[in-house]
Design a protein around this ligand. Sequence first.
Ligand SMILES: NC(=O)c1ccc[n+]([C@@H]2O[C@H](COP(=O)([O-])OP(=O)(O)OC[C@H]3O[C@@H](n4cnc5c(N)ncnc54)[C@H](OP(=O)(O)O)[C@@H]3O)[C@@H](O)[C@H]2O)c1
Length: 293
Amino acid sequence: MPDSTPKAGPRPPSSILVTGAAGNLGREVVTRLQAHGGHVRSLVRRPIGPRAGVESVVGDLTDPAVVREALVGVDAVFLIWPLLDPAPAHDLVVELTAAGPRVVYLSTTAIDDGTARQSDPIAQVHMDMEGLLHEAGLHPVVLRSDTLASNTRGWAPQLLAGDVVSGLDIARTAVVDERDVADAAATVLLARHDRLDPALHALTGPEVLSRADQVAHLGAALGRPLRFQALPADLARSKMLADGRPEPLVDALIAASVRRPESNRVTDHVERLTGRPAGAFAKWALDHVADFG
Ligand SMILES: NC(=O)c1ccc[n+]([C@@H]2O[C@H](COP(=O)([O-])OP(=O)(O)OC[C@H]3O[C@@H](n4cnc5c(N)ncnc54)[C@H](OP(=O)(O)O)[C@@H]3O)[C@@H](O)[C@H]2O)c1
């Protein structure tokens, strides 16, 4: 007799596609899915070294042929949208609708649900993406992530040169460890149910931090008297352009810095999904001392 008792907990699905798999978050998601022994396919723009049990499709998310190839035989997709324009996602949505996998979309807690027009352009892109996925009937599970702790790796070159991190300031927010977001994503991707209720989760860290707070935590971890120096928008703009960042991204970051409202929201959604509380940024800093030279 087959055992018809419902089984609790995750199952290894036959195939999960991870987009942005070479990125800070995507590679953590891949590691967790690998550990469950399912078949993992990554979509990357450049070939990455071989990883056991991980197949790669190399190409761009905006190329329908690449997306079609990446979706063959896939049950679930971890979807990021790293572009500043949602328009090219229409083709992606067509491919997702044809292939029919479960979609787990990585969005942002910066979205203000009280308005259709977001003052922060990055939040607007994610709101538009959520809308596109819903309107297409894809019933996405949406993980809205707070600012990832891994963003601070961008300060490493400055910290190699001295004890000051200078840059754009941005509203305080409950910075979340990308490993917690990856754990939450893996839990949802491996879930037994076709549709999860609730289908919207706001993943935050345990405390609201400014950039100066984050630099101070890094200083404590590194044993150095680090400080943050906020730059006015025009200076920060020239610095980011001189660092080689694309102009549209620089403009979006400046707009986010000026317009993103402070968020004091701390949720327990990481714990609800993973069974353990979100980690503190101070712990992230201690675990990543080696990343800062
Ligand atoms: N960082 C945050 O605080 C935060 C907060 C909320 C939501 N999010 C969302 O989470 C996503 C992942 O964050 P992250 O910190 O892991 O970003 P990340 O480290 O910059 O990784 C993004 C990845 O996307 C890839 N990518 C960029 N454009 C692509 C394209 N056109 N086609 C295919 N792949 C492309 C990049 O490829 P290459 O390696 O080739 O550059 C990179 O590996 C973000 O894009 C954002 O939408 C981020």
